[in-house]
Write a protein that binds this ligand. Structure first.
Ligand code: SAM
Length: 424
């Protein structure tokens, strides 16, 4: 039976996710095993449809999605009781038994109803009452490690109910133990890589992250270059739902394992040109540990370098991508001319950021001619600090923090003075 799905993603990555879903749908073999119809970009995600196996494939292969939700019902509402009635009318017993534990999450956009917690409670009651009516028993709630997650999204007039097929959010790939300072979520990092042009089939150039932290960009970039499935080493919520199509799921996983085997052989003859550096040796150890846990074949070049004095790690120019520290929690490290006690903290941080930016811009101009440098930051004034003209800026969100992905095209003696093009 064909189902409607919503793949959610960080805000700003909807087009990148839609592009990725089209690529997943076109993967060899998927048209037969798990056909996917990609529909519409919506704020915060993309809709698609297919059999349940379509959700298996997207969970397994999407790097950018946060979750894959299956649409259960949609109806207009005015009061909490209307939502309860909608929930109560659904055949939840088709999907899980009262032995499974439950969690309900509610999001809203312009809903006139006041308390999302109360609505979550009413939805939980509706599910439990519906289950008890059919089987005499009701499921219990587990907010930490539930077997089944139900989502409701309320707009001004409409309520949509979803059953989650992902379980843990998809940015949890299963390889990260080492977190570092302010690591990027893996799916946000993967979306940024795609926006920077690091997509399957276009990864032949060198890649360098001069502020690599725990190595999120490096691991994601390597997995993209090797064509590895991001979900190959984790479990998913759909595996706990009734009627799972194990034959198709096993076939999808077997195909992903074959891809991995082929990638290992390829890397033995064509090593990846990926490098990272950081001012902190602790961060470099984390990058190395995460690289190894991700089971990546081959080596990543890691070196302790202050980004102000970075040198290209490879002979040919390539793609530089970085996420400098920004905000109250962490700051760029490097020397500060004024002693800390002579100026207020904000001013010191601002001055330090300007000093870093000026030195880093000089390094880019002197040593990275021919490179494309992409910087993901919450500092919207970065191009001014760098005194470089960006050739593209893309608005994105890191959680609730408004950010930009800036692109700088480095040419000898400066960077191209092209007008900035907002890409979204
Ligand atoms: C926001 S974190 C990067 C997080 C990384 N993208 C990840 O996902 O783990 C910024 C990194 O910049 C590093 N850093 C700070 N000042 C630096 C400098 N002057 N040169 C090089 N790295 C620096 C910090 O050690 C930190 O690991």
């Amino acid at each position: 039976m064909s189902q409607a799905f919503f793949a959610s993603c960080p805000r700003g990555l909807e087009s990148a996710l839609a592009e990725e879903l089209h690529e997943i749908a076109a993967r060899p073999g998927l048209a037969r095993l798990a056909p996917i119809q990609v529909h519409r970009e919506m704020p915060g995600g993309v809709t698609f449809s297919g059999e349940m196996a379509a959700a298996y494939a997207v969970n397994l292969h999407s790097r950018i999605a946060s979750r894959v939700l299956m649409r259960v019902a949609n109806r207009g509402y005015r009061r909490e009781d209307d939502i309860y009635d909608l929930v109560r009318a659904q055949r939840w017993d088709h999907w899980f038994t009262p032995d499974e534990t439950l969690r309900v999450d509610v999001t809203s956009h312009r809903s006139p109803l006041q308390s999302l917690n109360f609505i979550a409670l009413r939805i939980k009651d509706g599910v439990c009452d519906a289950m008890r009516e059919r089987s005499g028993e009701r499921p219990s709630v587990d907010t930490v490690n539930p077997d089944v997650r139900i989502y409701a999204h309320l707009t001004e007039h409409d309520c949509t109910l979803y059953l989650d097929t992902s379980g843990d959010p998809l940015f949890k790939r299963g390889w990260r133990l080492e977190k570092g300072e302010a690591p990027l979520k893996e799916n946000l990092a993967a979306g940024i890589l795609r926006l920077a042009g690091w997509v399957p089939g276009q990864t032949e150039r060198p890649f360098y992250d001069p502020m690599c932290g725990s190595g999120t960009f490096l691991v994601e970039a390597a997995q993209v270059a090797l064509g590895l499935a991001p979900g190959a080493n984790r479990s998913f919520g759909f595996e706990r739902l009734k009627g799972a199509d194990n034959k198709t799921w096993n076939a999808l996983k077997a195909a992903a394992r074959d891809d991995e085997e082929a990638a290992r052989k390829r890397v033995a003859s064509e090593p990846l040109e990926l490098a990272g550096s950081d001012i902190s040796t602790d961060m470099l150890s984390m990058s190395q540990a995460n690289w190894e846990r991700a089971g990546l074949p081959g080596e990543v070049r890691l070196k302790q370098v202050d980004a102000r004095f970075a040198q290209p790690p490879f002979a040919a120019p390539g793609l530089m991508l970085m996420n400098p520290p920004y905000g109250e929690r962490i700051a760029v490290r490097g020397e500060r001319r004024r002693p800390m006690d002579e100026a207020p903290v904000d001013e010191i941080d601002d001055e330090a950021a300007n000093q870093f930016a000026s030195a880093f811009a000089t390094t880019l101009k002197q040593h990275f001619a021919g490179w494309q440098a992409w910087v993901f930051t919450g500092d919207l004034t970065l191009p001014r600090r760098l005194r470089l003209k960006e050739s593209r800026r893309t608005p994105l969100y890191n959680g609730n923090i408004e950010c930009r992905l800036f692109r700088f095209d480095m040419v000898r003696g400066g960077n191209r003075n092209a007008p900035a093009q907002p890409s979204a």
